[in-house]
Design a protein around this ligand. Structure first.
Ligand code: OKP
Ligand code: ZN
Length: 345
């Protein structure tokens, strides 16, 4: 199986994020995550690691707002150029002011105003290497999608930063460009696409991007947003609108969900996928469902992850498997390999 990966990911290494209560903590979404996956896959001759091809910005701008994309591209340099007092911390651009509901009609000129407009929470700092890393991450996803379309074979991408919380015009939750949405939209040129998101957190960005579309079925299995980030999206009654009515489904799970309960819910999602008959599948593969994940409260084991992979692979759909979250870093390599093995056969 081809696995796309770019060394550019390491340029995105934010030192911190702001946690609840204002606590400044080391960022969980680290470059080491990919290092552990490379170590695990490197031991297995079935996997060939490849750099991404360059698809340019067009497939990204087909999904993301051009003003947002331009902001991502230029914000950090602009942040450095602003004359603030000398000891102002500038390792990352992170706003402290956000637009209240119904106050999004004006985009302010000043950088911090635009930062609050385009960044939705305190877990998406923009640092010097954030844009090149996010761009390379999206190219990895597109490369896997192109491989799947051309060869009708599964392919994977070690996307870092992840993407599923990024909306059409906003960054949040470690995500800047929605890799899965970019790849899924690109694949619609070859027919219907489905996105199955198994990250612990609801795929709210992906939900938003395809919410009015019937040509991309989006399904997300995640911790109940009534209790967990991203809080405001990922509810079962949110099923799409207009042309997209009935083409989104959320499967919220309670804290403590074990392998058996997870797999039972997965079967419901698989039933939807079989009925939809997509030409291609994108799997948003977050590994933070793992029991030992420091950000997760679902209790799936490594064997459970392997079973999840086997059940999804049994659909026999050409599938692009894209890394999303997973913060039990030392276990991430073996966990991702356990998932991928089912698709490599
Ligand atoms: C990204 B992905 C709440 C902090 C929430 C953001 C989590 C982003 C997860 N205490 N921080 O879906 O794995
Ligand atoms: Zn997650």
């Amino acid at each position: 199986m081809k696995v796309y990966q770019s060394p550019s990911h390491a340029q995105h290494a934010p030192a911190y994020e702001i946690f609840d209560g204002g606590e400044k903590i080391p960022n969980f979404e680290t470059p080491q995550r990919v290092e552990y996956i490379l170590a695990a896959l490197g031991k297995d001759s079935r996997y060939s690691l490849l750099p991404p091809q360059d698809f340019g910005v067009e497939p990204i701008l087909a999904v993301h707002d051009p003003g947002y994309f331009h902001f991502l591209q230029t914000a950090y340099a602009e942040w450095l150029s602003i004359d603030l007092d000398a000891d102002y911390p500038k390792e990352a651009l992170l706003p402290a002011t956000f637009p209240p509901l119904n106050q999004r009609s004006q985009i302010p000129r000043t950088l911090l105003g635009r930062a609050g407009y385009y960044i939705s929470d305190l877990s998406a700092p923009i640092t010097t290497g954030t844009f090149p890393a996010a761009l390379a991450s999206a190219q990895c996803a597109l490369s896997a999608a192109a491989e799947v379309a051309a060869q009708k074979q599964n392919a994977a991408a070690l996307c870092r930063p992840p993407g599923h919380h990024a909306g059409r015009a906003n960054a949040s939750g470690y995500c800047y460009l929605n890799n899965a949405a970019i790849a899924a939209h690109w694949l619609t040129q070859y027919g219907k696409v489905a996105v199955l998101d198994i990250d612990y957190h609801a795929g709210n960005g992906t939900q938003e991007i395809f919410y009015e579309r019937a040509d991309v079925l989006t399904l997300s299995i995640h911790a109940d947003p009534a209790e967990e980030y991203p809080y405001y999206s990922g509810y079962p009654q949110q099923t799409g609108i207009n042309a997209g009515a009935g083409f989104h489904q959320n499967y919220p799970l309670p804290f403590g969900t074990d392998d058996a309960a997870y797999l039972a819910t997965l079967e419901q999602a698989l039933e939807r996928l079989r009925a939809y008959q997509p030409a291609h599948l994108i799997l948003s593969a977050g590994m933070d469902i793992y029991g030992a994940d420091p950000l997760g409260k679902i209790r799936v084991t490594r064997q459970g992850i392997a079973s999840i992979g086997e059940r999804i692979a049994s659909l026999r759909l050409p599938t692009a498997i894209l890394l999303e979250g997973g913060y039990a870093t030392a276990a991430l390599g073996e966990n991702f390999a356990a998932l991928l093995n089912a698709f490599a056969a």
